[in-house]
Design a protein around this ligand. Sequence first.
Ligand code: CA
Length: 231
Amino acid sequence: MPKVLIIEDELTLVEKLANNLRSEGFDVETAMDGEVGLEKVRSLLPDLIVLDIMLPGLDGLSICRIVRRDVTTQHIPIIMLTARSTEVDKIIGLESGADDYVVKPLVLGEFLARVRAVMRRAPGRPTTRQDELVSGSLRMNLTGRRVFKNDAEVRPPLSNKEFDLLAELMRNENVVLSRDLILTKVWGYDYFVDKRTVDVHVRWLREKLEDDPSNPKRIVTVRGVGYRFEG
Ligand code: CA
């Protein structure tokens, strides 16, 4: 049974989420402050973390960064909860490493759809696909989820979503992918994600991978359609 850890300090919300996730077949653990939450991440190694931003002790964005830096926890998918849409940029940005986010007040159906989607594409599942994608100076190690440019590992490392997006683009080298197709393939569902999310992630990828991010040569915009990875 997949294990979810909810780190959230609003008791009524914790109970609501826990009950619904249990009825979806998850084994649910909870923590109501940041430090206890981080301890439980390390001791339980859950399959998914649902993480509030504003927490007593240690805030959610800090927890997210710590989890991503630790090799024993960096693969665990994280869904962030936020009360403010102004925080969304920070969450999906370069630093946090969250896989997805839900803005409060939370719509339960949307939340559960995101949980299912994140779990579907969680890494660590057996795959028979090739282990590496290579194009010019870029190399992706798919099982290790590492990216190299000119044989040096790309720093800071790609978030899970950036990694999946780059893999999708590289698998389709020289082919134009529409935003809709990218959303379906990388985010795994169509209903709740703003299409601009794709653009934001492309921007972050370019900053990490392109020699000159303002004049991209690898991930090229195809106006009115989407993006193409140039081989
Ligand atoms: Ca809170």
